[in-house]
Ligand binder design. Structure first.
Ligand code: FAD
Length: 361
């Protein structure tokens, strides 16, 4: 049976922020989420991950994130608890697990096809995140390599990498971490100095650490300054990217200051048992962890035929330019400055719901 109701696809932080504003606007809606339980991507992050902002700077609209006792920077599990509580507190109607397979146009509506039913929506907010579409660059030799290749999404704990490695005499496991962003630096720091792990950290360009006193608060301020500049027609301030790539969260700072975070240039190819650089040097590897980013998870929107450059959909703010009944929320700066952060998603969520309500009227 097809239900007639407006739809948010994805029940992570972006979907909940949209839900908060939809409730306030009095819209009849449902949130469809593929997970069995609340928390979105936070439920899947590695054991030692901490937010790069204090709780007060990691809050969705309406409800400040409580401080986690003893932790200036909350753990991922704390975010999961916060999102679960948020959903209940505001009575956000999330149905799970429901995976949306397709959104298509039908008789002036958007037909949302999920694995448990179909919905007929006047408007849809897509908030499916990026975690579900890990990106690994094409590098020669990937098919020759006999060790493990993982992505950030597969990493949990350094314990599983501790030796012995491929050389029978070696008591350690050789691990290569690829990537000079926050995930690469944090996972390299997690592995550096662990007994039984020999770490090689490779980055395309030398790592750019943000000044130590800069955390998510300053990043959010930079994103806000950028938004204001763009709105006022002033030159682009560059936002967060102008400050650096890596937030020096305490574990990263400690590993860096102890000299354990040494980087090498990106290798040219993988071999059967490791990696090789153009100058002929090689490194053995039992595992290569690709911390090389994500792409937006937009496969369910394919029937709308909206995809443009780099897999993005052209938007004006959050609204799809070629389909005004569709909003995209939370994927990255292209859907609003800092919209892929806890504190940053509230504003574009409010604006998406305002535009949606105008359209529905
Ligand atoms: P998600 O959390 O991925 O939620 C999307 C939901 O949609 C999921 O439940 C998913 O199952 C569901 N879904 C996907 N496809 C479908 C479908 N077809 N049908 C139905 N449901 C679907 N931000 C901060 O503010 N502070 C930080 O410290 C911080 N640290 C980060 C560290 C890492 C390693 C990463 C990767 C990101 C970090 N972020 C941080 C960024 C951001 O806050 C998170 O990525 C956040 O999870 C994004 O929320 P979201 O709701 O957009 O997506």
């Amino acid at each position: 049976m097809t239900q007639q109701v407006d739809v948010v696809v994805g029940g992570g932080q972006a979907g909940l922020a949209a839900g908060f504003h939809l409730r306030r606007a009095g819209v009849d809606f449902v949130v469809l989420d593929a997970q069995h339980r609340p928390g979105g991507a936070w439920r899947h992050m590695w054991d030692s991950l901490h937010l790069f902002s204090p709780a007060a700077y990691s809050s969705l609209p309406g409800r400040p994130m409580p401080v986690q006792p003893g932790r200036p920077y909350p753990e991922a599990a704390h975010v999961v608890d916060y999102l679960a509580e948020y959903e209940q507190r505001y009575g956000i109607p999330v149905q799970r697990p429901v995976r949306v397979r397709a959104v298509r146009r039908e008789d002036g509506f958007l037909r949302v096809e999920g694995d448990t039913g179909t919905w007929r929506a006047r408007a849809v907010i897509s908030a499916t995140g990026t975690w579900w579409r890990p990106f690994v660059p094409a590098v020669p030799g990937q098919d020759l390599f006999t060790g493990r290749q993982l992505h950030t999404v597969d990493y949990r704990t350094p314990k599983e990498f501790a030796g012995p490695g491929i050389h029978p005499a070696a008591a350690w496991g050789n691990v290569i971490v690829v990537g000079g962003g926050n995930s690469g630096a944090q996972i390299a720091a997690d592995l550096a100095g662990v007994d039984g792990v020999e770490l090689t950290w490779v980055t395309r360009r030398p790592p750019r650490y943000l000044p130590d006193d800069i955390d998510g608060r300053a990043l959010f301020d930079a994103a806000t300054a950028r938004r204001r500049a763009l709105e006022a027609g002033r030159p682009d301030t560059g936002g967060v990217a102008s400050l650096g790539d890596i937030v020096a969260v305490p574990p990263v700072r400690a590993a860096r200051d102890a000299g354990r975070l040494v980087h090498r240039a990106m290798f040219d190819r993988l071999t059967a048992h490791g990696v090789a650089w153009a100058d002929g040097t090689t490194a053995a590897a039992d595992a290569v962890i690709w911390c090389t980013g994500f792409r937006p998870a937009l496969a369910h929107l394919a029937p709308l035929g909206l995809r443009g450059a780099r897999g993005h959909i052209a938007t004006d703010g959050t609204r799809a330019i070629a389909e005004p009944r569709l909003h995209l929320l939370g994927y990255g700066d292209w859907t609003g400055p800092a919209s892929a952060t806890l504190i940053g998603v509230g504003r574009p969520a409010r604006e998406a719901v305002r535009q949606m309500s105008d359209l529905l009227r």
